[in-house]
Ligand binder design. Structure first.
Ligand SMILES: Nc1ncnc2c1ncn2[C@@H]1O[C@H](COP(=O)(O)OP(=O)(O)OP(=O)(O)O)[C@@H](O)[C@H]1O
Ligand SMILES: [Mg+2]
Length: 381
């Protein structure tokens, strides 16, 4: 590696020589000390050094010089090589020049002339230390950025591969489901055991289909591919539509679904499809985790707070505080278990939270263990 160079500039030869000697005494052969008697000469030297790829940690310049002044020179040096530190030697109190150099040359320090040797040597040592520390830090950040970018690319590729693989599972799964259904319906005299087996195949493929759909949803949300155009519209019909989809399933468990609202319409900022998916997840959970014979109360509320709320309250097992802390995580299956043999991937509430947040809303759960749970979705109006 080439030896770093410190450039000293002063129009008075004797002062320049004594500066050079002091620096050589202090720094030994770790640095080369170049001298220039004018700003123009200094700039020529600096350009040559940089062209040769030589490191330039420090330029020290006198302020009062004919033609180019010290602060002017250091400003130009800063523009050419911004990381190089600059020190100004001021023969007389020249606060204005120092101020200019601080602003436009990123001045490290100024030293009054005649300088004191200890002051000079301490300042130079500190400046060099600071230059190399900054350099090390910049290299560290650059390598970190490089590693993060490489890792992100790797993860994106992996994710892309996974989402393609998961996506391509959908079609064969559907075929399995369709054929299991055909075994049951398309043949006369199908033995009872075969029908049972076909049923089991159909249930298993449906379960897997749901898992595949959930994983694809999570993937789409995380890579922000989801359509999230938001509009203000009445959410009551969407809620009623989802409730209707679940009436049959609730009936099987003798669960009653009640929808309460006082107004004709509840306008909120949201995306119709995504909100439908949110209600679907929360209502299906309420049915899934409720014991037979319970009630589910769904309430739409709007007050002066600027929000619309939908509360889905069940009379199921509720959630302990420890469980509540884990709700809305990925692949989270908690203490309450499905009461009617329904499947559970542990992704529903994770998706719900992402979907609600992408509609600028909030979702949370209020529950006391053993006393049911209420899931609340809050949307802006
Ligand atoms: N209404 C509820 N009452 C009690 N526990 C619940 C309720 N909703 C969710 N839970 C608990 O939180 C866990 C996570 O719910 P989440 O909806 O994310 O997944 P899941 O229902 O298990 O599977 P799926 O991905 O099919 O929705 C559930 O496994 C259950 O233990
Ligand atoms: Mg669920």
């Amino acid at each position: 590696m080439k030896t770093p160079v410190i450039v000293c500039v002063d129009d008075e030869k004797t002062i320049l020589n004594s500066l050079q000697m002091e620096l050589m005494d202090e720094l030994g052969d770790q640095y080369l000390i170049e001298t220039a008697e004018s700003g123009i000469e200094a700039l020529e030297i600096i350009e040559e050094l940089l062209a040769e790829g030589i490191e330039l940690p420090l330029v020290i310049s006198d302020q009062i010089m004919p033609s180019m002044k010290g602060d002017e020179l250091l400003t130009q040096v800063h523009a050419i090589t911004p990381k190089t530190l600059t020190i100004l030697l001021t023969g007389q109190a020249d606060a204005e020049a120092v101020g200019r150099a601080v602003n436009s040359a990123n001045l490290y320090r100024y030293i009054p002339k005649p300088w004191e040797s200890t002051d000079l040597s301490m300042t130079i040592t500190k400046a060099l230390k600071s230059y190399f520390q900054d350099k090390k830090l910049a290299q560290f950040y650059a390598s970190l950025e490089y590693k993060v970018a490489a890792r992100t690319r790797e993860l994106q590729q992996k994710n892309k591969f996974l989402s393609i693989a998961v996506h391509d599972l959908k079609n064969p799964l559907f075929t399995i489901y369709e054929f299991s259904d055909m075994i049951k319906t398309d043949f006369a005299d199908t033995p009872e055991e075969v029908i049972e087996m076909a049923d089991m195949i159909a249930i298993a493929s449906q379960k897997m289909f749901k898992l595949v759909k959930n994983i694809l949803d999570v993937n789409a949300i995380e890579s922000r591919k989801m359509d999230i155009s938001l509009n203000v519209f009445d959410i009551l019909p969407t809620l009623q539509w989802v409730i209707n989809q679940y009436i049959k399933r609730a009936k099987v468990k003798q669960i009653s679904l009640h929808c309460h609202y006082q107004k004709q319409a509840y306008h909120a900022l949201c995306n119709k499809d995504l909100l439908g998916q949110v209600f679907d997840n929360l209502i299906s959970n309420a049915i899934k985790y409720s014991p037979i014979g319970k009630a589910i109360n769904i309430r739409l509320k709007q007050d002066d707070s600027g929000y619309v709320r939908c509360e889905i309250q069940d009379e199921g097992p509720g959630l302990s505080l420890a469980d509540q802390e884990k709700l809305f995580g990925q692949f989270t299956r908690l203490t309450p278990k499905p009461t009617g043999g329904e499947d559970s991937t542990g992704l529903g509430l994770f998706i719900v939270k992402k979907l609600v947040e992408s509609q600028q809303g909030k979702v949370w759960c209020e529950s006391l263990e053993g006393q049911g749970a209420t899931f609340i979705v809050q949307l802006k109006r």
